[in-house]
Design a protein around this ligand. Structure first.
Ligand SMILES: Cc1cc2nc3c(=O)[nH]c(=O)nc-3n(C[C@H](O)[C@H](O)[C@H](O)COP(=O)(O)OP(=O)(O)OC[C@H]3O[C@@H](n4cnc5c(N)ncnc54)[C@H](O)[C@@H]3O)c2cc1C
Length: 404
């Protein structure tokens, strides 16, 4: 499919595509259904990505990336998403990708030197601690209860977080905490950097979960008990945590869409190849009209999703927040990619759930996308609020006039 991607974007994406076919997919085949990738295995993939000049395309050259803008990295993110190993191999993997973006946006020079450089290099990992257990903040961030109080030159953090991706492996946490208890619930929060080895950081457990795939990524429950860090560990402005989180989450929601679009496309490609090879009732499965129609529908919806994401990415690159465009893209893409992967699984029969093919891992992995970074219902709430706000008094008067 032809899109209005720039020439540089197409060239880099083609290199990522080639890398995924030649290096990543063979590595994936060795791991599927057996084990998660080792640190050494990941380091080898990254070193090959560096040689091919496709490593960290979204990060500025000053910090070890390729300095491409948000719109231009889009097709490279899609290409990397064709394998679960693709995003970490070229260092566009969540949550580090979103965290690195936050560092670039608001961190001080000292914070960037200490944390951003090694993050980009792949020497350390990071976690973003926002979601809390019952009675705390989840879909409704106004409910965040974790606090950070000033005591002299230190922040003292107390709270309970869970579902922190990379929680077991991270060296640094970006912790969302309430710093002004009297402020409106939508303000008064700040993001504070907490090294994982700070006394009082209790990693309670990696939460057992579905999609425990070849990435072996943890999602952890963490307690912060009288955790003391220097005041300089504040990221950006005090009490601006939600504003910063929005700046992080908008692009991060779209990068999820990009990676998952690549995953869905690969699932469909695998299913098409299977259906062309496999025969039933006298002809290849790929010749049955119901199969062809289902593939046609999935391809059409995926194309629509990719166009929506490009439109939203254009807006963000132009400096707009694009809140509605992002919510619409996230809502639509998360459902479309899930359905596409389900369709692909159906046409591979038993092999759809077998781990000789990558579709079973995709199927497990994609389900989270309908609630991570905002559940469908939360995005619909945002879209509907905006939609109803468009109706003004004149419109209401017109409607009541019809009613006599
Ligand atoms: C794999 C994975 C990785 C994650 N990584 C991180 C991470 O790194 N850092 C982090 O902070 N969090 C992380 N999360 C948490 C994630 O961001 C939350 O799951 C998400 O924000 C939803 O919050 P919740 O799970 O508390 O759902 P809840 O708030 O408990 O909501 C449950 C459900 O209620 C429904 N709902 C909510 N609001 C409405 C409404 N207004 N109208 C109708 N229905 C509604 C939705 O269907 C929603 O799914 C991760 C989650 C997963 C599964």
């Amino acid at each position: 499919m032809e899109y209005d991607d720039s020439e540089r974007a197409e060239v880099v994406a083609a290199r990522v595509d080639e890398f995924v076919d030649e290096i990543v997919i063979p590595a994936e085949r060795d791991l599927l259904g057996r084990e998660s990738i080792s640190d050494d295995g990941l380091a080898e993939l990254r070193s090959e990505a560096r040689e091919r000049d496709i490593y960290a395309p979204q990060i500025s050259t000053e910090y070890g990336g390729m300095g491409m803008d948000f719109r231009d990295v889009l097709p490279a993110f899609e290409a990397a998403g064709r394998s679960l190993l693709g995003p970490p191999a070229i260092r566009v993997d969540a949550p580090d990708e979103g965290n690195m973006h936050t560092f670039e946006l608001v961190a001080s020079e000292e914070q960037k030197d200490e944390w951003l450089r090694p993050l980009v290099a792949g020497e350390i990992r990071s976690g973003f601690c926002m979601t809390e257990p019952m009675q705390g903040g989840g879909s409704d961030p106004k409910m965040i209860r974790t606090t950070a109080e000033r005591d002299g030159d230190e922040w003292v953090i107390n709270g309970h977080k869970w579902w922190t991706t990379n929680g077991l492996e991270a060296d640094i946490f970006l912790v969302m905490a309430r710093t002004d208890l009297d402020a409106h619930p939508y303000s008064g929060c700040s993001i504070i950097l907490v090294p994982a080895n700070t006394p009082g950081v209790e990693i309670e457990r990696g939460i057992p979960h579905m999609a425990d795939d070849m990435l072996g990524t943890s999602h952890a429950e963490i307690r912060f008990e009288d955790v003391r860090v220097p005041v300089e560990n504040l990221m950006g402005e005090e009490n601006e945590g939600f504003t910063i989180a929005q700046q992080r989450l908008g692009p991060a929601r779209l990068t999820h869409c990009m990676r998952y679009s690549g995953m869905a496309q690969r699932a469909l490609d695998v299913a098409k190849a299977y259906a062309m090879e496999r025969e039933a009732f006298g002809s290849p499965i790929a010749e049955k009209q119901s199969v062809r129609f289902a593939i046609a529908e999935a391809e059409t919806e995926l194309h629509a999703a990719r166009c929506m994401v490009r439109h939203a990415a254009d807006q963000i690159t132009a400096g707009n927040q694009a809140r509605i465009e992002v919510s619409m893209s996230k809502l639509y893409t998360s459902n479309v990619v899930q359905e596409a992967i389900d369709t692909a699984m159906q046409f591979c029969g038993a092999n759809g759930i077998g781990k000789d093919l990558p579709i079973a891992d995709f199927y497990e992995n994609v389900r989270q996308f309908r609630f991570v970074d905002g559940a469908d219902e939360v995005h619909k709430r945002v879209i509907a609020r905006n939609s109803f706000s468009d109706i003004d008094d004149a419109e209401v008067a017109n409607v009541t006039r019809y009613q006599g």
